[in-house]
Design a protein around this ligand. Structure first.
Ligand SMILES: [Zn+2]
Length: 305
């Protein structure tokens, strides 16, 4: 829970989105270019690391130690993931968003203790219980190109097969996307921005449903930014004070977005050690969109894959 690092990671992301939605500052000239730059610098100032930290502790420590469908706290009516959903929806509604909940049938993973500790998930058995997991959607309609959609997403659930707070994976991404939504709440973007909080620690991943439904509707998704584990570091890496950031793409269309991340890091002096990697195959929630036919998708994380 490194607040400044988390804030900076969130900023890096925000800038990329800002550049895309405000129009690419590189191709504009004179006062237009200055306006875009000024609006992005305004976003930077508006990001609040303290607020992000508060959300993160709420969702990953107290009162919610985990965010999973198969755990309800003693004396509570709803499971910890539903409670997290309610918290996120409440913040979004307070910022003026309409929140849409999309139900998907999922199961919790089983635990295989013969595997390494970070990969002890194993497939559920058919007789294991099914739950309804919800994708949360919130949208800013574009004013010039409403049909062009930018997805900013994060999985919000913690590991279903083990008791883990999931602060790094992926409380931070959850809070980063919430902060972006709140900062952009009064902004009128050129293209539509769709914020998505999905579930990836239960099976199947609910981003698959979101991506497949978008494809079936014929949605024109021009970019997908997934945040999963931003700010994650070992104790040794934290001690060095380096703020590493990795953008991973699967297809050439995603590479363009990863290059944009590097460019905004330099342009706005964010101070990240930005690196690009290519995925060997689609993965995580950005992979759900790649597999559904949206190749312009990347994930931002901290240390590579
Ligand atoms: Zn994750």
């Amino acid at each position: 829970m490194r607040r400044m690092a988390t804030g900076l990671m969130g900023l890096s992301f925000l800038f990329s989105v800002g550049l895309l939605v405000a129009g690419d500052a590189r191709t504009k000239s004179g006062s237009d270019k200055n306006k875009v730059d000024a609006s992005i610098r305004g976003f930077i100032k508006a990001v609040d690391p303290e607020r992000m930290s508060k959300h993160l502790f709420y969702l990953a420590k107290d009162p919610l130690p985990y965010r999973k469908l198969n755990l309800t706290l003693p004396g509570h009516q709803r499971n910890t993931l539903y409670e997290a959903d309610d918290y996120l929806a409440g913040k979004l509604e307070a910022a003026g968003y309409h929140v849409e909940r999309e139900g998907v049938q999922v199961q919790a993973f089983r635990r295989d203790t013969t595997k390494p500790k970070n990969a002890q998930y194993s497939p559920p058995k058919p007789e294991d219980p099914w739950y309804t997991a919800y994708n949360l959607h919130a949208e800013k309609k574009g004013r010039s190109h409403p049909e062009k959609i930018i997805i900013v997403c994060a999985h919000k659930d913690s590991q279903s097969w083990i008791d883990s707070p999931g602060a790094n994976d992926n409380g931070i991404g959850t809070v980063g996307v919430l902060e972006m939504a709140c900062v952009l709440a009064r902004y009128n973007p050129e293209c539509t921005i769709r914020f998505l909080w999905c579930n990836e620690e239960h099976t199947p991943w609910t981003s698959k449903t979101a991506a497949q439904k978008a494809k079936a509707r014929g949605d024109d998704i021009v970019a997908v930014f997934n945040t999963d584990g931003i700010g994650v570091k070992t104790a040794e890496q934290t001690a060095t004070g380096k703020k590493t950031n990795v953008s991973a793409h699967t297809r050439p269309e995603g590479k363009r977005l990863a290059e944009l991340m590097a460019e905004v890091n330099t342009r706005y002096a964010i101070g990240l050690e930005q690196r690009m990697v290519e995925r060997t195959r689609p993965g995580d929630d950005d992979g759900s969109f790649v597999l559904a036919g949206y190749p312009a998708a990347i994930v931002t994380l901290d240390q590579g894959l």
